[in-house]
Each structure stands twice: as C-alpha cells, then as structure tokens.
Design a binder for this molecule. Sequence first.
Ligand code: CTP
Ligand code: MG
Length: 216
Amino acid sequence: MIGLILAAAGSGSRFGSSVPKQFLPLDGVPIYFHSLDIFEPLVNQAVIVVPSRWKDQVYQETRDSWGADRIRVEEGGEHRQDSVRRGLASLPAVDIILIHDAARPFVTGGLISRVIDETRRTGACVPGLPISETVKQVRNSTVVQTLDRNSLVLVQTPQGFQREVLAKAIEKACEEGFYGTDEAVLVERSGHPVAVIPGEPGNIKITVKRDLSGRS
Ligand code: CTP
Ligand code: MG
C-alpha cells in the first residue's frame, strides 16, 4: 500500500501572510489542494498534517473527494520532522511512504510515479534538479570555498521511502536531537543510500510572495 504524508503544518514565516501560504487560494482552490488532487489516483491513503486550528476545515474540504476511510487530518508539530513523524504514525498499514510539501502545487503524476518506482527498487528516493549557477560556501561575508556544481542537485518533493527505512531514520534523528530540512537527510544519516531521480523545473516550492506573482 502507498501512503502520502502531505506536510501542511508550517506557518510560512518567509512568505509572510496571516493565513499560512498552503491555505491561500490559487486558481480558485487552496494551494494544498492542487497537489492532493494529483496524488489522489496514485496512492491508497493520505494524511495531511496541519496547524491545529485548520484541522476541521481541511477534513471537511477533503473528506468527500477521498472518502473518509482514505484520508486523515492530523495536527503537525513544531518542526517539519515532528509533523512527518505524526503523519507516519497515522498510516500504520502503508509500506511505501511519499512525503510532499503542501507548498509545491505543481507536482505531476509522472514525477510521483517515477518516485514510487524508484522507492520500491531502492528503499529511498528523492527528485533532484541540476544547478545552473555557481555555488559558494560563505562565512562572515567571505567565500570559504566554491563547490563543484556538477556534483550538486536541488532537492524537491515528493520524497519516497519504504516504511521501515523512514521509521528507523526518524527515530534515530529524534533520539540524537537532530533536525533536518528534509526527510532524506535523516535516511542518509542512518546509513541507507538515497537514490536521486530527475526532478521537474516546474515543481517549485512556494516560499516567498514572488513565487506566486503572475499565478494567483
Ligand atoms: N511544514 C510542516 N510542519 C512544520 C514546518 C513546515 O508540515 N513544522 C511544511 C510546510 O507547511 C510546507 C513544507 O513543510 O508545506 C515545506 O516547508 P517550508 O516551505 O519551509 O514552509 P514553512 O515552514 O511554512 O515556511 P517558513 O520556513 O518560511 O516558515
Ligand atoms: Mg520552514
């Protein structure tokens, strides 16, 4: 069984609107709804993790199209990792887990299917995009070193994991007090390899207001 954890519990501090960015309208429906719709035919179950005050509304908005037995809405946590951990606990019967940022509404079915296939094969998979600009490591406004961009990718979601691989990695990170900015870094630290497949340039994460300009 394939399960989706849609991470929608952030506050959107860099975006800076009173309503968290994932609940703002885009083409007439909330941003989180766009990706949820694309995942719907491709997964068996989903959990959306949200800030506590959004729980009832999000459940009402999603229950009919998914069916009450396929969708859950849970309260997220302070860090993204806490949100994902709670989501994982509410999908007990699922063996392939996909984790997606609610703030990435332009994901495609093709990308989701490729992540699922590679996750089945390898246990852990992320989409990555090549970097076209030069990347430098900087400290105190001075370059420390220039990184070899040919060995770097920009990592997107959905990220896919076999359940045991993800569960072990999250437990280890939590025991050690480590918090990552994605789930793959937890799996990397656990010693399990993470496969990279081509991401999609259109699959942007809405982070600041400019990311939506001309779209809403
Ligand atoms: N997220 C989450 N739980 C958290 C923090 C983030 O579920 N405690 C989710 C966000 O809702 C978002 C995704 O993780 O869909 C990617 O995170 P990001 O773009 O950083 O969103 P925010 O954390 O909301 O934004 P910011 O970092 O600017 O506050
Ligand atoms: Mg954040």
